[in-house]
Design a protein around this ligand. Structure first.
Ligand SMILES: [Zn+2]
Length: 202
C-alpha cells in the first residue's frame, strides 16, 4: 500500500501532490477494476478487530443492485496488488453475483494494531467504493495527528507514504467537517505547536 500511495498521485489544485482516493486499474491491465484505501476511524478499528467488518452500503459490490446476501472474502494466498490474505466478513452481494459463494471483492488490511490502520479494497464498482469510503470516514472519529504520529510537527517530516496519505485522506477531511473543534483540541490535549497551527486554519 505504501508503494501505491507513493507512486500514484495526482496534482492538487494548490500544486500539492495528493494520493488518489480511488484508482482506476485499467492503466495497469485490469480494466473494470478500482482500488481504494479506507483509513479506519477509532470505531471502525474496533469493529474490524471484533468482527472483521467494514461499514458497507446495502448494495451489491459488483452491480449496486440491492444487497441480498453477505459473503466473506476468501482466505486465499492471493498476492493480487500485494494485498496480503485477509478475511473480511459481510461483503454485500446481489443474488446473481453471490453465485460463486465467495466475495467479489479483494481486501487487504495494513498496519493492524496502529491508529493509522487501513483497508485497501479492489472492486468492480467505483460507486460502491466511493460509498464505502464515505461510510468508513463518518464512522466515529479520527484521533488527532499528535496521537497517531506522536512527536510529528504539523509543518515538516511527513513521509510520502502512509503518513501523508493518512493526513490527507483521513485527518484533513475529518478536521474540515468537525463542528466542535475547540472541544476536540481540549479533549485530546493538543500540544502548543498543533494548537497554533490549527487555530490559524480557522
Ligand atoms: Zn450484483
Amino acid at each position: 500500500m505504501r508503494k501505491v500511495f507513493g507512486v500514484h498521485q495526482e496534482t492538487h489544485a494548490k500544486g500539492q501532490l495528493r494520493p488518489e482516493v480511488i484508482r482506476d486499474l485499467t492503466a495497469i491491465g485490469y480494466p473494470g477494476f478500482y482500488q481504494a484505501t479506507a483509513f479506519l476511524t477509532r470505531e471502525g478499528r474496533a469493529r474490524w478487530e471484533a468482527e472483521r467488518l467494514l461499514l458497507f452500503p446495502t448494495e451489491c459490490c459488483v452491480c449496486r443492485a440491492p444487497a441480498e446476501l453477505v459473503l466473506k472474502t476468501r482466505n486465499a494466498a492471493s498476492n493480487f496488488f500485494g494485498l496480503r490474505r485477509s478475511t473480511l466478513s459481510g461483503v454485500p452481494h446481489c443474488r446473481a453475483h453471490a453465485d460463486f459463494g465467495h466475495a467479489r471483492l479483494l481486501a487487504g488490511a495494513e498496519d493492524l494494531g496502529h491508529r493509522y490502520m487501513s483497508v485497501t479494497l479492489v472492486a468492480a464498482s467505483r460507486a460502491f467504493l466511493e460509498n464505502t469510503l464515505a461510510l468508513c470516514s463518518e464512522d466515529g472519529l479520527y484521533e488527532p495527528p499528535w496521537i497517531v504520529f506522536p512527536g510529528k510537527s504539523p509543518h515538516i517530516g511527513w513521509n510520502q507514504g502512509t503518513e501523508s496519505a493518512w493526513r490527507q485522506l483521513a485527518w484533513e477531511p475529518f478536521w474540515q467537517n468537525l463542528t466542535d473543534r475547540d472541544s476536540y483540541i481540549k479533549d485530546w490535549h493538543a500540544p502548543a505547536e498543533w494548537e497554533r497551527y490549527l487555530s490559524d486554519q480557522r
